[in-house]
Write a protein that binds this ligand. Structure first.
Ligand code: B12
Ligand code: SF4
Length: 442
């Protein structure tokens, strides 16, 4: 069988993804539902021979977020040199926001925004070049991911014994097989650093029955007992959430799960149902302990709401992971002191502290452009969330921010309710915890 397209998941240079390539799995599922034959070449865990495929197919589609974009360009160059008859398509958040640059970088076609409808049209019409803007699909078209095209066992293993990734802290016992999943698309807010500021997409929700079907499948096929929902904001629509949690309880699937949600959506009834449906951890985009900073970021949630959300989660036995950012525009020492205080006083269970990074397409990127903060020949591979991107947004230098981060993490993890957990994880997995601690303290 000759596939209609090979979809390529790029492996960013510095960082291994522990999650299935959900965007390509969604694209492939849509193509299959429309009678087309995609195949996935996953650079993170290849189970296909790319050269063999490129010798046969007419189209190669590459996905790229910002940190993976340099790898996508490199791969495209190789394909154009060795397989000139193959039409290359690039899609994903980075080329969506910089489509002209992607054409200049040598891709034949750039798909902006959602790829499902655009890709079907390209394959059916035999399009060979240009920028194609993707229309958004509807709720009923959010199909279950085409997991048969990748090595699911590998991704299951990647999430086990990963004490260095706080998002996976909810997996207990530590050897419970886990999978990632998306049940919604979009978020109606527009924080200045987030992709949703340019997406302008309405929220879409996978039909609840389909979510349950997918979880039942994951359990039966791969023995999965824990689900990592990677949705931007899963608690946004109370009626959908209540229906999902209710059906999960009734299904007796007994899986447990983690997700992200905004503080202002943590309605008690919803949290109580979520906890009964197996919710073990919620990541809250706290960002800062200062209302001034939250205002600048256009977060539209207050520090008081963040405190309250953590209190409510604790009440229902749900762990909280507070996501914090340092290096925000106009951030002062006093703001940073308040953030450090938030981490202690809120009694959040874990904290992840990153440096604010301006991604193309966001309001933050424009602000940096207007102020002349962006270096020429920017190295996008450094936008991988591991270290600070090469842009100084606040008054503090990179090493000052690293100092603040170190002292915040030390204070946080030396508390009576966090230290034993940390110690347990160090003893269970000294190698990866050493890496985690040294990276976190950079
Ligand atoms: C899941 C996820 C992850 C997973 C990765 C899973 C994986 N293997 O893909 C994990 C947790 C590992 C992760 C890590 C990081 N992530 Co992340 N992640 C997401 C998240 C929540 C969902 C991605 C997704 O599947 N979306 C749903 C699909 C349907 O949307 P999509 O990806 O845009 O894909 C559609 C189109 O873009 C297009 N498309 C995509 N590829 C292609 C290819 C072709 C050929 C075509 C035609 C179309 C096409 O069609 C798709 C279907 O409509 C997004 C936010 C979001 N909601 O999208 C952030 C997001 C992608 N992540 C982001 C970031 C910043 C990171 C990190 C740097 C860490 C961090 N600080 O958050 C790291 C970098 C990791 C790395 N090395 O790549 C940013 C990216 C910004 C940017 N410009 O690069 C996003 C947008 C969130 C944000 N903060 O704004 N992430
Ligand atoms: S609330 Fe979260 S997902 Fe929504 S726009 Fe803000 S940062 Fe993005």
């Amino acid at each position: 069988m000759i596939p209609d397209i090979v979809l390529i998941n790029t492996r960013p240079l510095a960082h291994v993804n522990r999650s299935e390539p959900l965007n390509l799995l969604a694209l492939a599922a849509y193509l299959e539902a429309n009678g087309l034959k995609p195949i996935i070449h996953d650079e993170v865990r290849p189970i296909t021979n790319l050269d063999e495929l490129l010798g046969k197919v007419k189209y190669a589609g590459i996905t790229a977020n910002t940190c993976a974009y340099p790898r996508a360009v490199e791969l495209n160059r190789r394909i154009k040199e060795q397989y000139p008859r193959v039409t290359t398509i690039v899609g994903g958040v980075h080329p969506t926001t910089m489509p002209d640059q992607a054409l200049r970088d040598g891709f034949d076609i750039v798909v902006r925004d959602e790829g499902e409808l655009a890709l079907c049209a390209i394959l059916r019409d035999g399009t060979r070049e240009g920028i194609v803007s993707g229309e958004h699909i509807g709720d009923q078209e959010l199909y279950r991911p085409a997991r048969h095209l990748i090595d699911m066992d590998f991704y299951k293993r990647m999430k086990l014994n990963e004490p260095q990734n706080s998002s996976l802290d909810f997996i207990e016992p530590a050897n419970t097989p886990a999978a990632s999943m998306l049940a919604t698309r979009g978020c109606p807010f527009s924080c200045i650093f987030c992709h949703n500021i340019w997406r302008h997409s309405r929220m879409r929700f996978m039909p609840v029955e389909r979510v349950i079907e997918e979880i039942a499948f994951l359990k039966a096929q791969y023995g999965v007992g824990a689900i990592w929902f990677l949705d931007d904001h899963m608690f946004i629509k109370k009626s959908w959430g209540m229906s999902l949690f209710q059906q999960l309880i009734e299904s007796r699937l007994n899986v447990y799960w983690a997700s992200s949600a905004r503080a202002d959506s943590m309605d008690e009834e919803l949290l109580e149902a979520a906890a009964r449906a197996g919710c073990r951890q919620l990541t809250i985009g706290v960002e800062s302990g200062s209302d001034n900073v939250l205002k600048t970021l256009d977060k539209r949630a207050s520090v008081a709401q963040n405190y309250e959300a953590i209190r409510r989660c604790r009440k229902y036995g749900i762990r909280t992971l507070s996501a914090i950012m340092l290096g925000n525009p106009g951030e002062t020492r006093d703001d940073i002191r308040k953030t450090a205080e938030f981490l202690i006083r809120s009694k959040t269970d874990s904290a992840s502290i990153s440096y604010l990074t301006p991604y193309p397409g966001t309001r933050l990127w424009e602000m940096c452009e207007e102020k002349g903060l962006l270096p020429d020949n920017i190295d996008f591979s450094r936008f991988d969330g591991q270290e600070a991107a090469p842009v100084q947004i606040s008054d503090f230098t990179r090493s000052q921010l690293a100092g603040f981060k170190r002292s915040m993490l030390l204070r946080f993890y030396l508390q009576r309710h966090t230290f034993p957990g940390l110690l347990r994880r160090i003893i269970a997995n000294p190698g990866s915890m050493f890496r985690k601690i040294t990276t976190s303290l950079r």
